[in-house]
Write a protein that binds this ligand. Sequence first.
Ligand SMILES: [Zn+2]
Length: 195
Amino acid sequence: MVITEVRIKLVEENNERLQAFCSVTFDNAFVVRDLKIIEGTKGSFVAMPSRKLTDRCGSCGCKNHLRARYCNQCGHKLDENRAIRDADGRAKLHADIAHPINSASREMIQSAIIRAYQEEKERSKQPGYICTYDDYDSDFDESTSYSGIVSEMGRSNLRTHGSHAAPRGTHLRGSGDEKSSRAENSAGGFGAGIM
Ligand SMILES: [Zn+2]
């Protein structure tokens, strides 16, 4: 599998950690969109496209994001802390839609994207710069907490495909933060990746 194209959409300076959106093309045949480049505590990393997890209101049965304090449909008060938490107490609020299943492909994808991001930043300084990312869906969710994504990183990364059918919680590997993930990787373990 070869990455044949990376398209980057730089995000203007903001208070959040989001630096860019990007899409990746594999083998001139398959595109994954809506990856995000996020400023981590140790440099940029790539977040896979993800969706917010929801659950159903106990009163009316409608779906709400796990952070919602009141049901969008009926106004029923919801438990703010109902999201499933890992051993370190961090709430699981997002689930990846597409993601690598081993550390080699994760590293390959991340390094290609970060390199393209650096090049795009240089290109953006040139006159007549045009962004090639197809921004036809303008559903940038201002309310997304990228700090939250950062804190979720490193614990939901390297799942095998088979584990998709497993109950929630079994994906958790490693202790989570980038530092310990790195340590685990350098120790040669098949631990959590850095992304
Ligand atoms: Zn409700």
